[in-house]
Ligand binder design. Structure first.
Ligand SMILES: [Zn+2]
Length: 316
């Protein structure tokens, strides 16, 4: 590493354990694919990769597994189900590299799905625009759902490429979801639960393993959501996990107020009976600036170990 004053100053505060996954303002799908290949080369025995499906526009939906797939305990960590929250893909990949460099706890396999909505991330990052999007933009404008110039509208895009909010497309109180009744940059639930290839892939993958916990990274708020509806044993287990994560991250716990439905976490709790958290990172509205990354990383970097300790303590 160069030791000149500029390089020393520039690298100050950057995590030394991250050799492959680097801080950047736009952690794109292409960067994710590139880093996944480099990590697989660097950790050929500890890391495996699987394509679990394809997005509406044909991008790969990746699962990167750290640890033995025959392990006793499985944990799922998914990020960027909302396009504009793409900083969470960078956070997930950074957590993965750190976990690989420090060692996966014995008996565990951590499944990282670092970019659940790659088309949405591309719209927000690259401001890519096509005919389908033009129609949605026009409709959002007509219905007063678009604010400001087109560039801002695209940057703040949350949905997938068909204008469905993937985190409202899960079968958990689906009929109670309010909001737009046509494709939109955010909050449209879709015609039916799991109508989208991305949410269907995440559902199928979740059903394929006996997960003891799921984590969904969103932005922003520095908050942890841990319950859904009337599901006492699962919600109670989720609360103990949320408390353990809150203790290390300093994030605030938020109770379910009964107004939000159709999220991945909600479905994982209600239908799969898996203790599940939504962790909202950062203090600024998405898309978050690069400068937020280090703080988020430092708060979250021990997450896999916190979960492993929590599993060991509850004797799951
Ligand atoms: Zn979100």
């Amino acid at each position: 590493m160069c030791t000149c004053i500029f390089c020393v100053l520039f690298s100050k505060g950057k995590p030394k354990e991250l050799k492959i996954v680097k801080q950047t303002a736009l952690y794109t799908y292409n960067k994710l694919i590139e880093d996944s290949e480099l990590l697989l080369k660097q950790y050929p025995t500890a890391l495996t990769c699987e394509i679990i499906g394809y997005s509406y526009n044909g991008r790969k939906l990746l699962s990167l597994c750290a640890g033995d797939k025959n392990a006793e305990h499985h944990v799922l960590i998914q990020a960027a189900i909302h396009g504009r929250e793409h900083i969470t893909s960078l956070v997930a990949m950074a957590l993965l590299e750190r976990l690989l460099s420090r060692g996966v706890p014995r008996g565990f396999c951590f499944h990282f799905l670092p970019m659940t909505n790659p088309d949405g991330a591309a719209i927000s990052q690259l401001l890519s625009f096509d005919c389908a999007l033009a129609e949605i933009y026009e409709s959002d404008c007509k219905k007063g759902r678009s604010e400001g110039p087109m560039e801002l509208y695209l940057q703040r895009w949350k949905s997938n490429a068909r204008g469905v909010d993937l985190n409202r497309n899960f079968d958990a109180g689906f009929s109670k979801i309010t909001g737009p009744n046509s494709p939109s940059s955010e909050n449209y639930r879709g015609l039916n639960a799991f109508s989208e290839p991305e949410s269907a892939a995440l559902r199928d993958y979740t059903e394929a393993y006996d997960f003891c916990a799921t984590i969904s990274y969103h932005a922003m708020g520095n908050e942890i959501y841990y319950e859904f509806g009337d599901n006492p044993p699962v919600n109670e287990a989720g609360r103990t996990l949320a408390e353990a994560v809150a203790k290390k991250t300093g994030y605030r716990l938020v109770e379910d107020d009964g107004t939000s439905f159709g999220g991945y976490k909600d479905w994982a709790i209600e239908k799969m009976r898996i203790p599940s958290l939504t962790i909202e990172v950062g203090r600024l509205p998405a898309p978050l600036p690069e400068s937020e990354f280090i703080k988020i990383y430092n708060s979250n970097k021990n997450l896999p170990y916190i979960i492993a300790d929590w599993v060991s303590l509850k004797g799951a």
